[in-house]
Structures are given as structure tokens and as C-alpha cells.
Design a protein around this ligand. Sequence first.
Ligand code: ADP
Length: 295
Amino acid sequence: SVVVFGSCNMDLVAYVPVAPKQGETVTGREFRTVPGGKGANQAIAAAKAGADARMIGAVGGDEFGAEIHRVLRESTVDTQGLRTVSGRSGTAHIVVDDRGDNSIVVVPSANGTVDALADGDEEIIAGSDSLLLQLEIPQAGVAAAAAAGKRNGVRVVLTPAPAAPLPEELLHDVDLLVPNEHEAAVLTGHDDPERALTALLELVPEVVITLGARGCVYGSSEGSRHEVPAFDVQAVDTTAAGDTFVGVLSAALGEGEEVPAALRRAAAGSALSVQRNGATSAMPTRDEIIRFMAN
Ligand code: ADP
């Protein structure tokens, strides 16, 4: 089973022909609200891919919090560890233009309260095989959860996004680090993925660097290396490709798949998700992934 300790947001998305410049107002063509946040995205991706998934985090006592709760449960994510706190739920204010480029303002709100373990969290973490972490909650919360994972022999998987430098104490508790190319460069100062991989393996035992349409590279400090190409598909919306990748990867590892097979399943899952609009609504089921790989 997989537990996510992280963020939940309501994504408020405005679609515009051309994004406004500073001080400018433009008319949008469409508005959508979609539950998201890297934490909730990874939990939903893992659950849809067949894992027994739980979500630990916080939402506000507003209508967005209720909707995030509902969508997680509908995706079969266990929300016993999802607290409702006073104030607003986290929101992401997203403007997407006709070229598919976006700009985003994230307001953490309730996510900002997830800065330590709450009662019951350690038991939920200890009862899981993998703990998935990202950086959309306070770093103190990420560190507390990672330490609990380490203490209980749970595989700790960190997506270091949004990109930020990480304290060494946190990295000590991480088993698998999954940055994209940009995040790997921020962490190591190396734009070249091979050099970044080598540098990151000095810090954590296993690393996957995702490279968008170019797939991913995996390395372990024991010396194994795998390159997994992306599936050749027509991408329409790459939002949450990385979150889908991590969720599916964890589900596959939880089933006992070996690393190369699990990486291939993650590549298939994210390839399916980028062909559809929306983040969580675009995530594929286990059956869809297996069928796609067979073709
Ligand atoms: P992030 O969304 O975190 O920036 P990436 O863009 O690296 O992450 O994408 C994660 C994974 O999703 C890639 O390793 C790849 O397998 C898959 N993926 C992303 N973009 C595409 C694409 N255009 N076509 C096929 N697969 C893709």
C-alpha cells in the first residue's frame, strides 16, 4: 500500500487566447475547477493504478475542501488522515493560453498547516509499503514524515517539486528521489541528466530523473542503470505527468514488479495521461495501462 503525505489544492483554471501582461485584463474563454495539488494527484494516480492508497494532509472548511475529499474517496483513496482545518483550502490559480503554456499562483492555505505529524499519522505511515512526499507543504512536515517512514522501514519516495534546495538531514531519510530534469539541475547544478544522476546518487540510494517526452533515467548507488524511453504519443496536456509517473511507479513496485518493469508501467501510465485534458481526471486505470503496454 501507498501513503501520500502532502498537498491538496483546488485548481482554478482560466483558459485564455493569450495570457495577460502585468496590469492588463484579458477575457478568458472557459473556466474549470479541478481538484489537484501534487499530493492528491499522486494518491489518485496510485489508487487508479491499483494500489491501496491513503492521503494524509489538510483541506479547509470550505466547499473546495469538501469537493477534494469527495474526489479522493471516489478514486478509492482512504481519507482518514485528511484533516479539515479552519480557513481556506489550498488553491492553484492557473492561466492556460492557446499554446498550452501556463502561469500559476499557488496559495497554500490549509496545506501550510501540515508542518508536523498529527495523531494517528505514524500508524498510517507504518502500515504502508511506500510513502510519497513532495514539497508543496512546509519542509518541516516533509521532514517529519520522511523520518517516520525511515523509522518504520517504509520506502520513502520524494518528488522534489516545486524545485528547492534540500537539507541533508531530509535526504538521509529518502530512499528514492524522483526529480524532473529542471529539479535535478536545481539540486545539483548540472543540466546534463547523466551528471545530475551521478551527483544525486551520492546523496540517496535510488534516483529516477524524468525527461518529459524523452522518458527517464534510473540509477542506484549499487551501480544499476536503466534508461526507459517515453511512449510515442500525441500530448495535449502534460499537467501532472510527473505525479502520474510516481503514483503508477509506486503501485507497480508495491505489486512486486522489478524496477525496469515498474518504470515501463509508469511511462505507460503517464503517456496515457498526457493524451487527455485535466490532471486527476486524465489518470489511467491499471487495466488501461496494461492494455496500452500490450499494444
Ligand atoms: P513533470 O511533469 O514532473 O515535469 P516530466 O515532464 O519529466 O515530469 O514527465 C514525466 C514522465 O511522463 C516522463 O518520464 C514520460 O514517461 C512521461 N511523459 C511526459 N511527457 C510526455 C510526452 N509528451 N509523451 C509521452 N510521455 C510523456
